[in-house]
Structure formats: C-alpha cells, structure tokens
Unconditional design. Sequence first.
Length: 114
Amino acid sequence: MHHLSTRQQVLSENIANSDTPGYRTKDVEAFSDYVSGARSTGLSSTHARHIGSIRGGDVQVVKPTSWGESPNGNNVILEEETIKAADTADNYQFATRLYTKAYGLLKAATTMRG
C-alpha cells in the first residue's frame, strides 16, 4: 500500500507540472525491486521455523523514459501519466480488497466457537 500511495503522489506531481518548462517526469521503482529491498524490522524469532517480520524499505523515485518531449523541455505526456495513475488506482483497489478478505478470514477464525 505504501508503494502504491507513493506512486500516486509522484504521478500527481507529474500531472501538476505538465506545463512547467524543463520539468522531467518521475516514477517509482518497480514493486518487485521495492520488495527485494525489504529489510527486517529487527524483531527476533523464538523458533527456527518462525517467519521473521519484514518491512518494506523506502520507495525509490526514478526518472523513467517518456513517450516524448515538448519544445520547452518538459517531457510530461498527460495520456501516459493518466494511464499510469489508473493502473495504480486499480492495484490499490485490488490490494484493499485482498486485505479486507484476509481480515475477514482472521476475524472468522478468532470468533469461531468449537
């Protein structure tokens, strides 16, 4: 969720600066790169078979290649940014639904009477 939130913020900045001369677009690193950069929270496990606690690292902002560039040096293409923003919103909704389902399963498991 943190990765998607950061990406949405970066894309919004790109759209807001679409008329700024010399502005260069930004994006965030791929989610797979973000996850592979995850690091331990420092919590210890009490058993070798326990899963360690992992926290995502900071999201890195990168400068991607763009579809084009205007005469004033600005390379923000609104269509491209809109597509990226819609994709990010879809992924955010998917993650929210997934977390909601997982919460429902945990809640059902803890309230079952045997």
